[in-house]
Design a protein around this ligand. Structure first.
Ligand SMILES: *Cc1c(COP(=O)(O)O)cnc(C)c1O
Length: 385
């Protein structure tokens, strides 16, 4: 069992629980994504909802990526972090008027629109500003991502996006909306997808859908295939970088772009998950009748994924070299779902040891809450003194 190399002496004096971000690993991961995307001239927008930590956002902006936002707050944070507005896409089923206006005022790259009433409101608000809003239609490709049902989004009768059955009506409407310009089509099939088949199926569907728009006389500037590339949560030390090579290659091999058409992606998890760990201190080791519990000072309020999706995070005791033993690692919150792992092999654990919950850089810090009136987790960066 290989352990991560943490700067333990430095981490010992930081108030727990906190997120540790390895910025070097983040940069390596971004470099890998960039190299593989540039091979085909693809554009990647970072899905800000995965992690909107200031330094993470700034690092990703500096690396040259665009931003994929799902709220006005994310649009503001992205622009503040240095993402050019011309590389910001804005999705979401329920965009409020102020959020649409914010996008219009900043001349963002594109709104990913999800319903007919939304298109009408964008048109109306753009008209009031004498602008033409750039819009892509989010379409349900009806591709099953074979992932957890809470994070499957590309099936019909989903609150997200348009269904192809309604598309004739939508394109007729678009012809009457003078302040909306249709520039692309957008898809997103789900998250934590590690099998490339769903992405290949998506390509096949997109090719068919492209034929429809061509027949209707629309020339689309771009296709946006969303995100969803997964990471290896089981082996963070052996596989710290996502398989961007295989991912982009699927689209290169199976998606038929039209002349001069650009392909865009919205990756969240695969860009940031591996660089973050939640560091927590062992408060008590409780001996049950058949097992031992390591009760730690972090809970589901700091990292909700195990409680919400039964998600797996690799767990390490980073301050012990004692022989391995099984522990249930649990938090202090008054909910029995507040468990990070059962029967996990940790080096012999005692009060005061530091535990790392690995691969917590995506959907970790950003989902922290103050339930039970707990403090929000702190942050420590690898380049800090
Ligand atoms: C969440 C989301 C993404 C990013 O998903 P990941 O699985 O983190 O890559 C991309 N696009 C849209 C529309 C999303 O909602």
């Amino acid at each position: 069992m290989v352990k991560g190399s943490f700067p333990v002496d430095k981490l010992r004096v930081v108030e727990t629980p906190f997120y540790f971000y390895d910025l070097q690993l983040l940069k390596q991961n971004l470099e890998a994504a960039k190299t593989e995307a540039e091979r085909y001239g693809y554009h990647v927008h970072y899905a800000v909802k995965a992690n909107a930590n200031d330094r993470i956002l700034e690092t990703i902006a500096k690396a040259g990526f665009g931003a994929d936002c799902v709220s006005g707050g994310e649009v503001e944070a992205s622009i503040k972090a240095g993402f050019p507005a011309g590389k910001v896409v804005f999705a979401g089923v329920g965009k409020a008027d102020w959020e649409i206006n914010l996008g219009l005022d900043n001349d963002i790259f594109c709104f990913n629109a999800e319903s007919i009433p939304e298109l009408e409101v964008i048109d109306e608000l753009a008209a009031a500003k004498g602008k033409k809003a750039r819009v892509a239609l989010r379409i349900n490709p009806n591709v099953d991502a074979h992932t957890h049902h809470y994070i499957t989004t590309g099936l019909n009768e989903n609150k997200f996006g348009f269904n192809m059955e309604d598309m004739s009506k939508v394109v007729d409407l678009l012809k009457t909306l003078t302040n909306v310009e249709l520039v692309g089509i957008h898809f997103h099939i789900g998250s934590q997808i590690t099998d490339m088949c769903p992405f290949q199926n998506l390509c096949v569907r997109v090719n068919e859908i492209q034929d429809f728009f061509e027949q209707k006389g629309f020339k689309l500037e771009h296709v946006n295939v969303g995100g969803g590339l997964g990471i290896n949560y089981q082996h963070p030390n052996h596989v710290p970088i996502s398989d961007f090579e295989a991912y982009f290659k699927v689209f290169h091999n199976h998606l038929q772009l039209r002349p001069r058409q650009q392909l865009h992606f919205e990756l969240g998890r695969a860009m940031v998950a591996s660089c973050g760990s939640l560091i927590t201190k062992v408060l008590y080791v409780k001996e049950g009748t058949t097992k031992k519990f390591a009760i730690v000072d972090a809970g589901m309020t700091d990292l909700i994924r195990p409680a919400l999706y039964q998600a797996y995070h690799h767990i390490e005791n980073i301050t012990s070299d004692e022989p391995f033993e099984p522990y249930d690692v649990v938090g202090p919150i008054c909910e029995s779902s507040d468990t990070f792992g059962t029967a996990r092999m940790l080096n012999g654990t005692k009060r005061g040891d530091l535990i790392a919950l690995r691969s917590a850089g995506a959907y970790g810090e950003i989902m922290a809450s103050r339930y039970n009136l707990r403090k929000l987790p702190g942050v420590y960066y690898s380049d800090q003194d």
